[in-house]
Design a protein around this ligand. Structure first.
Ligand code: 5GP
Ligand code: ZN
Length: 121
């Protein structure tokens, strides 16, 4: 637990969130600035700053994040596909340093994952 971490505060209920799921290991809630019609986050309750710090000690929570994604996506209305993203570090454009998995869904297709750079342009 980190006293200052915004997602730890959400897990503890000190900052309000639109919760969609909770158990002893993980917590899922709507992203405050959605970039798709379905956009929620699944986080481990334990404070892990990034995927660099994740290891086998955390396998139960990390496994649950993946195992829950499809069911929660369907529950939230993304029943024709969705995308999971875990941003890590500076290059991954991570903004909040508490591991979180984005789950993004349509109904419209989300487009390519990363826009390809034009070669020789
Ligand atoms: P990152 O770039 O670290 O992968 O994404 C962080 C995400 O957390 C962003 O999509 C941002 O909108 C979301 N976020 C940041 N602060 C809050 C908050 O206080 N509440 C909620 N629900 N989402 C947040
Ligand atoms: Zn935290």
């Amino acid at each position: 637990m980190s006293a200052e971490c915004i997602f730890c505060k959400i897990v503890r209920g000190e900052i309000p969130s639109k919760k969609i799921y909770e158990d002893e290991d993980v917590f899922a809630f709507h992203d405050i600035r959605p970039v798709a019609p379905v956009h929620f986050l699944i986080v481990p309750k334990q404070h892990i700053p990034s995927m660099y710090e994740a290891n086998m000690v955390h396998h139960q929570a990390l496994g649950k994040m993946l195992a829950l994604a499809g069911g929660l996506a369907q529950q939230e209305g993304a029943d024709e596909g969705f995308r999971t993203i875990i941003n890590t570090g500076r290059v991954g454009h991570q903004e909040v340093y508490h591991v979180h998995m984005h789950v993004l869904g349509g109904p419209e297709p989300l487009g390519p994952m990363i826009v390809r750079k034009q070669r020789g342009a």
